[in-house]
Write a protein that binds this ligand. Structure first.
Ligand code: IFM
Length: 444
């Protein structure tokens, strides 16, 4: 078995480079009865939405086992833990605070601090309260104002001992997968819906940032975006033009407004009714300064022309894919980081998610997940290479701490470095967790 390591001289082996593990509320918490319904509860209850027909009612029962999970995180030797707060666990439909729910996060944060673990909070990781969806969800700009109010409650309660607050996790997924492709909650479709949802999410980010600046000026505040590095299927001018569009539509749509207060050119290829309604002042709010941007990277995206002036994405084929069917392309990770750094004036970057799903199994207390170890090794080197080329990267979070509810794929895909037996809730450190721990212990 080879383990996880980086060259000793790498800047990523210095103690000031932050290593962590990441999770999100709906994917691990369970305890549905102690929060209000969210769009994923509703989506899971609809037929043919989740591959294995499961839901988040129980998940990893983290609300029950959180103390032992904190011990496990501390035992890994990480510097930080990235978690999300479930909006519907801290606020009720009538706008009042769910005191027990809020206390759960206060206690969790305190326990992490007691173990000297930095806390990275994500305020929105896709679990929109259902009552807000009933009023239009992210198609209704009032949701952005509701988010600002929720941000106020959480940031006042958790305060500025929290090292970092991210407003949103992966607005691409909320907007495109949830409101345009319809494969995530709430299952709506259409370009116009996707673009409007994206705009309102970005507006929520900007409004949330203003609240965070006021309430927690010492915390590091920003947003987490996901990117799949865009490659063209061929050298043909049509495919190259389509790749540019795909890149703008899926990647730059979310970062350019933040840093340059404008949408990319691809907006001009949309029919007028597909373009988002942008009110005066929105782009100023959206481009509120960020202390950091979190980047989530898993794979690349290959685009080709659809023959109609738009783009198609090529589905990866062949061997060597992860259990998600995703290509393993560490060089595309370096390219992404270097290209973004060349294209924008970036704030400091944290790699807030990186990892892979494989078909793991536990045998006599051991989970031999060599492909995941190889994935981490190559992708950590990819980050190191980007840093050597001048990208200011301050930390890296493995996705995920433990196996969990992988959205439309249910529990069929395991991303954890810790194996979860869903019948017993037993957690077993996979070999990748042992490798990560060993690497962290070898730091200078
Ligand atoms: O599990 C998800 C996570 O919730 C958001 N980023 C991608 C992960 C893997 O698909």
């Amino acid at each position: 078995m080879s383990t996880i390591s980086l060259p000793k001289q790498s800047a990523m082996m210095r103690r000031d480079f932050i290593y962590g593990v990441a999770t999100s509320s709906f994917q691990i918490e369970g305890a549905r009865d102690s929060r209000i319904d969210c769009i994923w509860d509703t989506f899971c209850a609809q037929p043919n939405t989740i591959e294995d027909g499961t839901h988040g009612d129980i998940a990893c029962e983290h609300v029950k086992y959180w103390r032992q999970d904190v011990d496990m995180i501390a035992d890994l030797g990480v510097d930080a833990y990235r978690l999300s707060v479930a909006w519907g666990r801290v606020m009720n439909e009538d706008g009042s605070v769910n005191k027990a729910g809020l206390q759960f996060y206060i206690d969790l944060v305190d326990a992490l601090h007691a173990k000297n673990i930095k806390v990275f909070i994500t305020l929105y990781h896709w679990d929109l309260p259902q009552y807000l969806e009933d009023k239009g969800g992210w198609l209704n700009r009032d949701t952005a104002h509701a988010f600002a109010h929720y941000t106020d409650i959480v940031s006042k309660a958790l305060g500025e001992d929290v090292y970092s607050y991210a407003t949103l996790n992966e607005p691409f997924c909320s907007a495109f997968l949830g409101y345009e492709a319809g494969i995530h909650a709430p299952g709506k479709t259409g370009k116009g819906n996707g673009r409007q949802a994206a705009h309102n999410l970005l507006l929520a980010h900007g409004l949330g940032m203003r609240v965070l600046r006021r309430n927690v000026p010492k915390s590091m505040c920003g947003i987490v975006l996901n990117f799949s590095t865009a490659y063209s299927a061929s050298e043909s001018p049509e495919d190259i033009a389509a790749t540019r569009m795909g890149d703008e539509y899926h990647n730059h749509w979310y970062i350019q407004p933040l840093l340059e207060a404008s949408y990319p050119d691809v907006i001009n290829h949309l029919e007028p009714h597909e373009r988002p309604v942008i009110e005066d002042g929105d782009m100023d709010i959206i481009s509120e300064k960020n202390d950091f941007i979190g980047i989530n990277y898993y794979t690349r995206a290959v685009f080709k022309s659809d023959g109609n002036g738009w783009f198609d994405q090529v589905v990866p084929q062949g061997d060597g894919l992860t259990a998600m069917g995703w290509e393993i392309v560490p060089d595309a990770f370096t390219k992404l980081l270097v290209d973004l750094n060349a294209r924008y004036e970036l704030p400091p970057i944290y790699i807030t998610e990186n990892g892979a799903a494989f078909d793991d199994s536990e045998v006599n207390g051991e989970v031999p997940d060599q492909p995941r170890i190889d994935y981490f090794n190559s992708h950590l080197r990819a980050v190191d290479s980007a840093m050597e080329q001048g990208v200011d990267i301050r930390g890296y979070f493995a996705w995920s701490l433990m196996d969990n509810f992988e959205w439309a794929l249910g529990y069929s895909k395991r991303f954890g470095i810790v194996y979860v037996d869903y019948d017993t809730q037993k957690r077993t450190l996979k070999n990748s967790a042992l490798g990560y721990k060993a690497m962290l212990n070898h730091r200078l």
